[in-house]
Each structure stands twice: as structure tokens, then as C-alpha cells.
Design a binder for this molecule. Structure first.
Ligand code: NAG
Ligand code: NAG
Ligand code: NAG
Ligand code: NAG
Ligand code: NAG
Ligand code: NAG
Ligand code: NAG
Ligand code: NAG
Length: 669
């Protein structure tokens, strides 16, 4: 009979006791809070409680600074000691490193002390060490929010999980982080979320512990994630501290923050008001929980990098190639140059840059922008009709010729119908411009040196290079004079490129009137000896200061010199501009050599090699009386070959058009 009555009284008493011990607190931020901080925990200037920063192997604790009586022992002798109901709610935020894993987690902790001497970080969350883990003497209840899996072989095999532990890190209850929304269980990532709201409620009567989590600003889910009966009496001491612990480990370090916290003993914790809470700390971008994003970003950046590299390489390669072309001329392999550069170099081929017209086109002076080198750019308006590839090969091959007495070809460029050839720039102009300059006289030593130089250049073309190159247009206007009065033979090989343009070889004569060997008009076939013929004429021209063909058309230099030679008065032909200052032997040698070279029959002409030996007085010149072929016919032959030349083809050089016409008239008369 008594027991129901007794029970009723007891219940009344208990309710009174409960209300008597009711207690609560609420912190929106921790600016002015009754919190004790231990370890690396601190309150930042936003009022946010930071348990750990992003440093390896650190621990932080934060506890409400007064212990709270949780165990009802008042009637322990009659009833089993009882744990008071409590309810708490807090908002936490985990900021993981942008690359690599974060860790290890934070825990709502109920402990007999705020001090945890010898406790370890990492998986042990700054609460236990390996020797006291799971020891019943700890009296610690933990609700862990762990982000690293693999602690021993316990239930918390999922990294992102919520667990309830007694006295250690082996979870009694463990659930992957999730919340219920309209009956569906939504898993979510606690590290990824801006912040997480957590509610922990314990009913002392039913001994049921509820744990609920939800992403920040979501309403509280009606169904808890964990709702299980758990006997925590054995863990509790009469008076306990409530708070938080967090830790990082080696190579796994997240920042752990608490934004706000409310607590109530024997009652419902006051709700947190989001508008009063500090803003969650910003997340580091590119979390390691996004391996796909990371991979995609990695691939993209790798691609971008590769593309940039390629672009750089191509640009560099292009630049380098041009650079090399301009710099490395010595290597003797001219390349195609950029039209843009040549256009720039010659200031757009303006009149003021024009330094000459003749021999296939106009010549412009220019300064290559990339190297600052002076060049002569020969612009030929109509490029050869032959295949570009064949043509280029030929030019490239000519470009490999390198000799001190040649105007070296540095490069070429084809632009629309224009062919551009780039040569060394030679400052003193052509030999003929010096020979026939009224205000300037070349002295004998200069002339002799020039002629020897031309002979050296021709020798290189004819015999010393890998293949025989016939110049085809040896004449005084094709010989350029450099600063030291050395001769530089220009335009070599080009005549051939053009002669191929002509329909028939027999009617084609490449060369300039007065320098064309007689046999050329018949066969049209240039040879080394036709070059020697022209060189002979050049010798006579240079000594006499007289053009090969007179403007009257009745005068022919070769004949005139020969006549004087036969009359034994050869020195009569010497240029008056020399003012009788010259070495007679040398002059006589050069004049007679000129006659020897300009003989009518090609076979009787010496080779250029022999010519250089005569010029250097290595061999004596043969006696004039031995020249059987210099008969009376020579003069008429010279005239008849001029007569035979077709009008349209006579001048392949632009420099002497009127003269050739006149010669033809002379031939008829
Ligand atoms: C903090 O502690 C002081 C002194 O013990 C007390 O007056 C105050 O109410 C406490 N504040 C909170 C929010 O618990
Ligand atoms: C708890 O903190 C409050 C506020 O800082 C302080 O006034 C109070 O004395 C502290 N109580 C204990 C027991 O340390
Ligand atoms: C905490 O204090 C700082 C200044 O020290 C202030 O900027 C911040 O707003 C405060 N936070 C809260 C939640 O009161
Ligand atoms: C313990 O319970 C008994 C009844 O079972 C009651 O009479 C007594 O007052 C209680 N003790 C305290 C300290 O309240
Ligand atoms: C573990 O912690 C306990 C209690 O603080 C301490 O007595 C013990 O020496 C610690 N053990 C180790 C291995 O640090
Ligand atoms: C969890 O707690 C219950 C009740 O105290 C106990 O029976 C069970 O063995 C515990 N489980 C683990 C994994 O500790
Ligand atoms: C715990 O959750 C269960 C199931 O949702 C609920 O019935 C109970 O009232 C909850 N307990 C507390 C103390 O909120
Ligand atoms: C939250 O705080 C703001 C600002 O103090 C207040 O206006 C609002 O009513 C509060 N909301 C609740 C639900 O208490």
C-alpha cells in the first residue's frame, strides 16, 4: 500500500530538487564569457573561440569556468545515484588546409577537471594518453566530432563522424555526420560546411542521450542523429566541468572554432540567435575533400602551363632562328628573312634609302632592327618564274659562299612578286663610280690591289668552292669597294637564275655589252673562260680609265689597247688621272694580261688560277708574239658579235641600255 504513496512523494521531492538545481548560460561569441582557456585555445578579436589553429600537434581546451553539479547523490543510499538532465547547443566551424588532410576533430567534453596533464593530441583529442585511454578512472564523457578515421579498430571507421565515448576514444556510439530532413537522412561534411550546429540532450530519467547536428542556419532537425540509452552514471562525478577540447596531429591540422554556446541543466538550453553570432571564419579554398576539383584544377593548370611553355618555345624558337640568321653569318647559311624586318630596315623602301639601281633591280641601304647591322637590300621586282623551292635552294647555296672578295649574301626573302636579297653593305660604292668620278682618282696601288682582289674572288668561285660558280656578269659596276679599298665582287651567280627564264638559251645572253665573250653570243653558254674574258676587259678598263665600249659606238677598248700594244706604245692607254704615277712594269703586265684574257678564242684564255699567278708575278707572262689567235679578224669579230645580238635581249643589265642600242647601230653602219 505504501510504496505508491512513497513514490509519489519522492517524485514531488525530485521535481523540487530539479527546479532547485536549474541553471543555464548562453554565449553569442565569447567576448565576455566565463570561460577558462587551456593550451592553444584563444578568443580572437571577432569573439570567436578558437580551440586550435592550423599548426601540427597542438591541443586546445575551453571550459565553462565553474563546475556544475551533475550527479544527484542526495538519496544515493535509497535510490541509485542519478544524472541530472542537461541540454546544450553550440555552433562550431572547422577550417581545413587547402591542400592535404585536416584533423583531428573537436569534442564536447564533460570532465572532472579543466586540466589534462600528459594528454596527447591527434586521435586522442587532447583528453587522453595512450596509457590512460579507456581507463574508468578518467571519468570523462566525450561527444566527439571527429574528421579523421582509423582510430584503432573501433567503431569510428568513418572519418567524418559523430561519436559518444566513455573514458576514452573508443566510441560507444558512432554515426557518420548526417541530419534528418523531412525523414530523409542527409549526410554532410563537417569540414566543408561553413559551420555546424550541434545539440546534445540527455534525459536523466530515461537515460537517453540525443545528439543532433545540422549545417549552420538549417533549422534544428526534429529527429536526432543519435538517440540511444546510455548509462553515464559510472562516468560522472558529482561535480563536473563542461566544455570543449580539440587537437591537431602531425601533418593533419585544422582550425577548430566555436561561435556560440548555450547550456542548461535540468532544462532546455536557450536557443542561439544566428544574427548575434560572429560570422564563421572563411574557409580555405580548394579543400582536400575535393579531390576531383583538385584533379581538374591540376589538369587545367598543367595544360595551361604546357600551352604557355609551347607558346614560349615557339616564340623563342622563332626569335632564335632570326637571331641566328642575323648573328651567325659566318656559318654561311643564309636563311629566309622576315619581310617585316626588311621593310623596317629600309624604312619601307623609301627613296632616301635607295643607293643604286642596276643589275636586276634597286638596291636600298638598311639597318636590320634586330642586330643594327648595315645591309644592302637588293629588290628585284619580278622574281624568277621558276619553282620557288628550286630557286630557294639555289639562293641558299649561293648564300653559303664566303670570301673576303665577295659581297656576301646574308639572306633572302620573297614577298609577293618581289625577291629581296640581303647583302653586306659596302660603303665606298662600285669600282666604275670611282673610276669615272671626275673629282676622285684611284691611285695605281689601289687599282692593282682591287684587280688582284677581283681575281681572288673569281678564283674562289671558279675553283675553290665546292662547285664551280660562273659569275656571268663581271664588270666594274659589279665590283664594290670597301673602306680599305678591297674589291668585293657582287651579284655572282644571279645571271644564271635569270637566263633560265628565257625561252631559248641560244638567244639569251646574260651579261653586259662590252664584257660579253664572243662565243657567248653563239652558244649562249657561259663558262669560266667567258668570266675570264670579262675580267680581261675589266683589267683594261681599270688601267685605262676608259669604258669597254665608247659612247660614240665606234670605240672598242680591247681593240684600242691591242692596237697600241702592237704599235709597242701600250702605255699610251694608261688613265691620265694616274698622272704618270705608276709602276710601268705592273701596268704593262696588267694591260697585256687584259689582252690575253680577252682573246677571241676561249681556249687560248688562261684560267683564273693562271691569271692570279701572272698577277702575283709567280709566272712570267707569255710573249705577245706567241699569241697566234690575235689576228686581224679579231676586231671585226668583236663587231659582228655585237651586230648579231637581238635588240630585246642585248641588255640583261639595266645599267647600260642606251649603249647596247648604239653598238648595234654601229655594227650596221
Ligand atoms: C560569469 O560569472 C560571473 C561571476 O561568477 C556571474 O556573475 C555571471 O553571471 C556569469 N556569466 C555567465 C554568462 O554565466
Ligand atoms: C569565471 O569567470 C568570470 C568572468 O571572467 C569571473 O568573474 C569568475 O571569477 C570566474 N570564476 C572562477 C571560478 O574562476
Ligand atoms: C567581440 O569584440 C570585438 C572587439 O574586441 C568586436 O569587434 C566583436 O564584434 C565582438 N563580438 C561579439 C560577438 O560581441
Ligand atoms: C532521502 O529520501 C528519504 C525518503 O526515501 C527522505 O526522507 C530524505 O529526506 C531524503 N534525503 C534527503 C537528503 O533529501
Ligand atoms: C597518462 O595520463 C595520466 C594522467 O594524467 C598520467 O598519470 C600518465 O603518466 C600518463 N601516461 C603517459 C604515458 O603519459
Ligand atoms: C556502450 O554502452 C552500453 C551501455 O553502457 C554497453 O553495454 C556497450 O557495451 C557499450 N559499447 C561500447 C562499444 O563501448
Ligand atoms: C530524444 O529524441 C527522441 C526521439 O526523437 C525524443 O522522443 C526525445 O524527447 C528526445 N529527448 C530529449 C531530451 O530531447
Ligand atoms: C535575434 O537577435 C536579433 C537582434 O538582436 C533580434 O532582432 C531577433 O529578434 C532575435 N531573434 C530571435 C529568434 O530571438
Amino acid at each position: 500500500m505504501a510504496p505508491p504513496k512513497t513514490l509519489f512523494v519522492l517524485l514531488i521531492f525530485l521535481i523540487l530538487l530539479v527546479s532547485a538545481t536549474a541553471f543555464s548560460f548562453l554565449f553569442h561569441g565569447f567576448n565576455e564569457s566565463n570561460i577558462t582557456l587551456e593550451g592553444k585555445a584563444k578568443i580572437d578579436n571577432q569573439g570567436i573561440l578558437q580551440l586550435t589553429g592550423r599548426k601540427n600537434n597542438i591541443v586546445g581546451h575551453a571550459f565553462y569556468n565553474k563546475s556544475i553539479i551533475i550527479l544527484d547523490k542526495t538519496n544515493a543510499s535509497v535510490l541509485q545515484p542519478k544524472v541530472f538532465s542537461f541540454s546544450t547547443c553550440f555552433v562550431f566551424s572547422i577550417v581545413s588546409p587547402s591542400s592535404g588532410p585536416g584533423g583531428f576533430g573537436l569534442a564536447f567534453t564533460i570532465a572532472p577537471s579543466t586540466q589534462f596533464p600528459d594528454a596527447e593530441g591527434g586521435h586522442l583529442l587532447g583528453l587522453f594518453n595512450s596509457s590512460n585511454d579507456m581507463s574508468s578512472s578518467n571519468h570523462i564523457l566525450v561527444v566527439e566530432f571527429d574528421t579523421v578515421n582509423g582510430y584503432k579498430d573501433s567503431a569510428d571507421t568513418v572519418g567524418n563522424h559523430v561519436g559518444v565515448n566513455k573514458n576514452g576514444m573508443s566510441s560507444n556510439i558512432s554515426e557518420p555526420a548526417a541530419y534528418f530532413e523531412e525523414g530523409r537522412k542527409e549526410e554532410f561534411n563537417m569540414e566543408k560546411a561553413d559551420a555546424v550546429c550541434a545539440w546534445i540532450e540527455y534525459d536523466g530519467e530515461t537515460e537517453i542521450l540525443n545528439v543532433t547536428i545540422a549545417p549552420y542556419l538549417e533549422p534544428k532537425p526534429s529527429k536526432p542523429l543519435i538517440s540511444e540509452a546510455i548509462d553515464i552514471k559510472s562516468v560522472m562525478e558529482e561535480s563536473m566541468f563542461f566544455g570543449f577540447s580539440a587537437s591537431t596531429g602531425s601533418r593533419k591540422a585544422s582550425s577548430h572554432y566555436i561561435l556560440g554556446w548555450s547550456f542548461a541543466l535540468n532544462g532546455v538550453s536557450p536557443p542561439l540567435n544566428a544574427s548575434l553570432l560572429p560570422k564563421p571564419p572563411p574557409k580555405e579554398k580548394d579543400s582536400y575533400y575535393f579531390p576531383l576539383v583538385k584533379v581538374v584544377i591540376g589538369i587545367l593548370s598543367a595544360l595551361t602551363f604546357t600551352l604557355l611553355c609551347l607558346l614560349f618555345c615557339v616564340t623563342f624558337y622563332k626569335r632564335y632562328m632570326i637571331f641566328e640568321t642575323l648573328e651567325d653569318w659566318e656559318r654561311g647559311c643564309p636563311h629566309r628573312l622576315k619581310y617585316r624586318d626588311l621593310h623596317l630596315a629600309t624604312k619601307g623602301f623609301v627613296e632616301s634609302q635607295l643607293i643604286g639601281v642596276g643589275g636586276f633591280g634597286s638596291v636600298y641601304k638598311g639597318v636590320l632592327p634586330s642586330t643594327g647591322t648595315e645591309v644592302a637590300v637588293k629588290r628585284i621586282m619580278t622574281s624568277p618564274a621558276r619553282g620557288m623551292r628550286e630557286f630557294a635552294a639555289e639562293i641558299e647555296s649561293l648564300g653559303r659562299l664566303r670570301h673576303k672578295n665577295l659581297v656576301n649574301l646574308q639572306g633572302w626573302c620573297k614577298h609577293k612578286n618581289d625577291l629581296l636579297l640581303i647583302y653586306d653593305y659596302i660603303p665606298n660604292g662600285s669600282l666604275d663610280s670611282l673610276l669615272f668620278n671626275k673629282n676622285f682618282a684611284l691611285d695605281w696601288d689601289q687599282r692593282f690591289k682591287i684587280l688582284k682582289g677581283v681575281a681572288e674572288g673569281l678564283l674562289y668561285l671558279h675553283e675553290e668552292w665546292e662547285q664551280v660558280v660562273i659569275h656571268r656578269d663581271v664588270k666594274s659596276s659589279n665590283i664594290l669597294i670597301d673602306g680599305d679599298f678591297n674589291a668585293r665582287l657582287g651579284d655572282f651567280g644571279l645571271a644564271r637564275l635569270y637566263s633560265h627564264d628565257q625561252v631559248s638559251h641560244t638567244t639569251s645572253v646574260a651579261g653586259t655589252i662590252g664584257y660579253i665573250a664572243p662565243e657567248l653570243t653563239r652558244t649562249g653558254k657561259a663558262s669560266t673562260s667567258s668570266d675570264v674574258y670579262a675580267f680581261g676587259v675589266l683589267l683594261l678598263e681599270t688601267v685605262s680609265g676608259t669604258r669597254p665600249v665608247g659612247s660614240s659606238g665606234k670605240f672598242f677598248l680591247v681593240d684600242w689597247v691591242l692596237e697600241n700594244c702592237l704599235l709597242d706604245q701600250i702605255l699610251e692607254v694608261v688613265d691620265p688621272k694616274l698622272d704618270s704615277v705608276y709602276d710601268e712594269e705592273e701596268v704593262e703586265l696588267v694591260l697585256k694580261l687584259g689582252l690575253l684574257c680577252s682573246q677571241y678564242k676561249a681556249d687560248y684564255r688562261p684560267s683564273i688560277k693562271q691569271v692570279t699567278r701572272y698577277l702575283n708575278i709567280d709566272d712570267p707572262l707569255p710573249d705577245i708574239s706567241d699569241w697566234r689567235h690575235y689576228d686581224s679578224q679579231s676586231t671585226t669579230t668583236s663587231l659582228s658579235f655585237l651586230e648579231a645580238m637581238p635588240t630585246s635581249k642585248t641588255s640583261s643589265s639595266y645599267s647600260l641600255p642606251t649603249r647596247s642600242t648604239m653598238s648595234i647601230e654601229t655594227g650596221r653602219s
